[in-house]
Design a protein around this ligand. Structure first.
Ligand code: HEC
Length: 501
């Protein structure tokens, strides 16, 4: 009896303790408030450190997030918590930061205006660049490895400036029509205006919490910001980044949605956008001559959600794709009707499409993210005229009016170090280049004359390779920290057909 009683007692005494140790979860919200909030913000919206929300962290694996928390990040302000927090606590924190917020955070006019600041006034008396280089042949290089931007002289490849950017810039920067100012956008919604004549940041504002991309109006007066969080499209003055208008992304049937992407349709004097969670296309007029329609949304219903798209040179037709579509559609933007469906398996990446003239016809080429192929589509009939097999899926394509070649990377898979050269006349792959065996080699950009191609060695200790576009020889190697994108001012402001916009 005594023995049984004793063991029962032991069990009942043990049980709560075992529970507390074995199955009870650490209180992640309390841990967050204690250790993380001072830098990442009380509501996880960011501060000194980036926003910690599932949409913002999409590109970071949970395992890697746990490693960052345990070990910190060298030479940044992110401390190591491995000695303060146990494995269970770190794992609870990881789950916590990948959990959506219980309520949609408020980030409206008041919050944007409060975030807005002018580090250096624009010096309007300056009308020329304050350095001896062709201002239209500058390259803006985004180095995501240490969150910096380098400005390169596109003739000498000298670095004119290098400055710290906001955390995780993404999407292409946008330039004013005269090429003087460039606007950057960060994952966490920061918009930075930079003066390429004085080499200064001249305005900043946080237009959203998780941002997809930005566009600039044809006259250079307005910046459109496509937000995932909150669900809206924000229009800012390109002069001082003050709020012009906030358009909630609510579809015609009332669905609240992320904005998939926004672009400028220059010949139409409008912004064009699609919604990520509703089958809708938007056109927003920026034509100052049509006052009654200024910044009004014209909606077109789509047969399916489109989150990746491309326009022909006239912007009359949109080629659109998404995972849901299993192919692509051609939308006549004037009439709102789908005029064609294309069978394009393997996830085309229309956003990086480029165009040229082939046998007197306008063609566009697109890589595919899901398969090793490049599709070449005639834009007069919207037929696939050629499918090139590649040694793996690619991400970017680039060419220039002054070169007969288009360059394509093989971004995914074991051949990520290869660069393919396509002859725009024969539509054949005529060369396979391998500049940095074993490394990811991607994203080509030409100088304004099409003489040199700049290629990224897309690694933490990477480089920009300057290659002669005719001989394919490396003429210069510029060490860079993961240079994820390079943008030539002239090619961007002239809407060169060899680059995406
Ligand atoms: C003293 C400020 C500070 C504190 C405290 C802090 N962080 Fe950070 N954290 C940062 C900074 C700054 C970065 C960006 C580092 C970089 O440049 O890569 C960062 C990055 C991160 C990242 C990587 C985000 C990404 O997008 O790659 C995670 C995850 C993270 N922190 C989680 C936490 C958690 C969880 C805590 C609390 C246990 C915490 N941090 C506490 C400053 C801080």
């Amino acid at each position: 009896m005594k023995g049984l009683f004793a063991s029962l007692l032991a069990v009942s005494l043990l049980a709560p303790a075992a529970l507390a140790q074995g199955t009870a979860r650490p209180d992640a919200a309390a841990l967050y408030a204690k250790y993380c909030a001072e830098c990442h913000g009380k509501g996880r919206l960011g501060g000194v450190g980036p926003a910690l929300l599932p949409g913002n962290l999409r590109r970071l694996h949970k395992k890697r997030a746990a490693k960052v928390i345990a070990r910190g990040r060298v030479s940044t302000q992110m401390p190591a918590f491995g000695d303060k927090l146990g494995e269970a606590e770190i794992s609870a924190l990881v789950d916590y930061i990948y959990t959506p917020l219980p309520r949609m955070p408020v980030w409206g006019k008041k919050e944007i205006e409060a975030s807005r600041h002018i580090p250096v006034d624009v010096d309007y008396s300056v009308t020329k660049p304050q350095f001896g280089a062709d201002p239209l042949n500058l390259f803006v290089v985004v180095e995501s490895g240490d969150h910096h931007v380098s400005i390169l002289d596109g003739d000498t490849f000298r670095t004119l400036a290098r400055f710290r950017s906001r955390y995780a810039l993404h999407g292409g920067p946008k330039f004013t029509p005269d090429g003087r100012y460039v606007f950057f956008q960060s994952r966490d919604g920061w918009i930075t205006k930079y003066d390429l004549y004085t080499l200064d940041v001249v305005a900043e504002a946080r237009a959203g919490i998780n941002t997809r991309n930005i566009a600039i109006s044809a006259d250079g007066a307005v910046i459109a910001v496509a937000n995932y969080l909150p669900h809206n499209l924000v229009l800012l003055s390109a002069d001082d980044l003050s709020v012009v208008k906030i358009i909630p992304a609510i579809s015609a049937d009332g669905t609240s949605s992320r904005v998939a992407a926004v672009y400028q349709a220059r010949p139409r004097h409008s912004f064009v956008a699609t919604l990520k969670d509703a089958p809708e296309f938007w056109e927003i007029s920026t034509d100052p001559k049509r006052k009654e329609a200024l910044y009004e949304v014209r909606r077109l219903k789509l047969p399916a959600i489109v989150d990746d798209f491309f326009f022909d040179q006239s912007y009359r037709h949109m080629l659109g794709a998404s995972r849901d579509l299993k192919g692509a559609i051609v939308l006549d933007v004037d009439t709102g009707t789908v005029i064609r469906r294309l069978d394009l398996p393997g996830l085309p990446h229309l956003g990086s499409g480029i165009t040229w003239t082939w046998q007197g016809r306008p063609v566009m080429a697109t890589p595919h993210l899901g398969e090793g192929r490049i599709s070449i589509i005639a834009m007069d009939t919207w037929e696939v005229v050629k499918t090139l097999k590649t040694p793996g899926p690619g991400f970017f394509l680039r060419s220039h009016e002054n070169t007969p070649y288009a360059w394509a990377d093989v971004f995914f898979g074991p051949n990520k170090d290869k660069m393919l050269v396509i002859d725009k006349r024969s539509l054949e792959i005529v060369k396979v280049l391998n500049y940095a065996p074993g490394k990811t080699v991607a994203h080509v950009e030409f100088d304004r004359h099409g003489k040199h191609a700049l290629i990224s060695v897309w690694e933490q200790d990477g480089a920009v390779l300057v290659v002669d576009a005719n001989t394919f020889e490396i003429v210069k190697r510029l060490p860079m920290k993961k240079p994820v994108g390079k943008y030539n001012v002239f090619n961007k402001i002239t809407f060169s057909s060899g680059t995406s916009h």
